[in-house]
Design a protein. Sequence first.
Lengths: 456, 407
Amino acid sequence: MTPHSAAAAFPPVDQHYLLQARQMQALSFSVHIPLVAFGLSFPVMVLLVEWLGHRRGDQLYLTIAQRWSKVMITLFAVGVITGTVLSFEMGLLWPNFTGTFGSVFGLGFTLEGFSFFLEAIFMGIYVYGWRRLSPRAHMLSAIPIVITGITGSLLVIAVNAWMNHPVGFSLRNGKVVHVHPLRALLGNSFLWNELIHMYVAAYIVSGFIVAGWYAFCRLRGRWTRYERTALTIPLTIAALAAPVQILVGDWAARDVAKTQPVKLAAIEGLYKTTRGASEHLLGWYSDNKMKGAIVIPHLLSILTDHSWNGTVQGLDSVPASQRPPVNVVHWSFQIMAGIGTLLAFVGLIYLAVWIRRKRLPNSPWFYYLLVASGPLAVVALIAGWVVTEVGRQPWVVYRVMPTAAAVTGAHGIPVGYGVLAFAYVLVASGLAWVLRRLARRPLDVSLEPPSQLQAA
Amino acid sequence: MFLQSLPLVFILAGVALYTVLGGADLGAGFWQLAAARNRDGQSVREFAHRAMGPVWEANHVWLIFVLTVFWTSYPKAFGSIMSTLAIPLFIALLGIIFRGAAYALREGAATPRESGKIDTLFALSSILVPFALGAAIGAVATNRVPVGNAAGHMWSSWLNTTSILIGVLAVATSAFLAAVFLAADAAHDGDKTLERDFRLRALGSGVIAGAIAIAGIFVLNGNDHALFHSLESGRALSAVIVSGLAGLATLLLVYRRRYHMARYSAALAVAAIVAGWALARWPTILPGLSVDQAAADHDTLVCVVVAVLAGAVILFPSLALLFRLTVTGRFRDAERGDPRAATVARAKVNVGLLARIAFACLIAGFGLLNIADATWAHAIGVTCLFGFVGAAFRAIVAPALDRQAAT
């Protein structure tokens, strides 16, 4: 593969609204990604609670699992439509990207389509089958949902990893030849850290959002065994996943340093290629310098290269036209890492209180923090994707096809953008209404634990 | 040549399945919109929703299947179609958003009045989607989409007599399919009133769809003589005749209350017209672009074919299971009884041991993922970290839940 050579199915067009097309795509991703996070992790939690219910012989758990499964399918239904939007936009906004490289990366989506199809089928069976399938058959019907959640995200992230690290094809006279779609998608070193990072993030997002809801209930004075149980399970998962994510993130950053040094330079606002580079926290990048940042000498070299004086490539290694917008990338990274650290801290408080006192924290402050953690986790998730995607700019296929060459020649992008944004506002308010309704449905389960437990 | 056209066969099969299954769903929305604002109308809307609810997502994934196989196998044709037909496809997309949202919102509706309102609010989209997609197909069929990035006309490509006619035909066909399917469901449930209602709707909409199709032949002859000519000559003609006969057979079967057979003959009518359309165009996809020229590289096509066949082996049994559970009505009349917890003897959780395992996994994971540099070390490191979360979760959650049950 030769970088910097132009490849395109169609000649370039003059699209006045490229930025709006990118924003429309970003909006569609930002709406979809939190739903993906739920789709990945929430079925596991629902199944876990159902399994605990059968194992402990406790009706309350089944009630929780059943009520959660209603939320699960509602979020899935919304995820279906936001996902459909994304697959339409592949052609509606970026016909030259799909038209040129569809044969290279498209297989990922074809396979993902099947994975998604199976997920939809078993989602229907699981959620509508509570009262009609035996407990064993019912729990078994959730297994394909868990597996297809993983395979689906693996395949989509494989496409994203390919965009960031394109392999598996050659260019000859601007034509894509020698296509090896499996090597392009699965033989890609970039895939694994992106996938694991996203997978762990999914548990953090849904764990903190669900736990945050019951923390909110507690602050409003509703604190029965139902809420305590429904808070403990997701909170334990999120509290363990959040510190692990810091380790996974460190791994991902080292891979970015290796394969996309310019992205790392943008994350850090590092203009000059430097030996023994310093880490910059906060600050603002202007005139090729980080201003007002907290500087920790040598830390960047230690983190990316594991050496005191390791060389870190700077933005000056590529022409100005090939650099991403530094402050967007830098600040998205600060937000993601900052929130990630805060969430790990929240998790550690919970774990420490449990280990020392064998109970949940009592302070209302902890519960206020927990309520805030859910939305913050979503912000961190989106910020993380901004780092990956804006950090890839100005390329849609890294160092092969500029985003500007991929865009549609069709008119009316701002109209589509506005209409879609409006439709999403409607869908989001509808979703909020449904979730409130589902939460307010009366509980018809005894809050008493089963008798053999009371004796214990 | 064979390999190059195989994905096209999959795509057309997907289009036919989406027209039948997705069309039935959208048509159900059409009847929800058309239902009277009284208690009878409410029961129609409620029934249509219950019949479609469990299969809605599965039905709509056919569209995703068509899109992804298309852009993988014939990227250049896909880019040309999507860019020139951005407007009707965006309108269809909006319709799908609102139709899907209606299903999600329905979960929260407490009273029939509320769900009726939600249905009405979103049922408009059930007309938009088939119309816009039908008009887009019309644009391709009449050679109004050239190769290139938005190279065709943004409006006149799909807003012309023929395309509009195909759009209207798509709406009528959806309504017809839905009425046949819902009459079959009602007959299965033994609901005489609903069965009678939907039987009448099926007969009425079937006659209208047929009339539009026949009118279409005259319109085509006048406006798009090339398409007319390719449809009435040779290979395509037989498919068109099969479609017409299957449509007539469906009407007859519905009239005689043989709904189960009617489902299949209706599906055949749709599949035959899709096949006829493809045969009429063969071997070109777009003007000046043959199937062979548009097809992706050899390796990609092999992968797509293997993926689709392997996927089908897993998919169809699963789909059959879902349909068996829904069509036999097991999901529709299942709103009674609670899931019961089976009491099983519990194994004691050894908290101390789990905690030590968790700690060891954490240290090993950190060392292998964050200190070591080899790829294999990273793989084991990630596994160790998942082991840490699993072991620590069990060590914490079992005693925590016991404690909550006890206090």
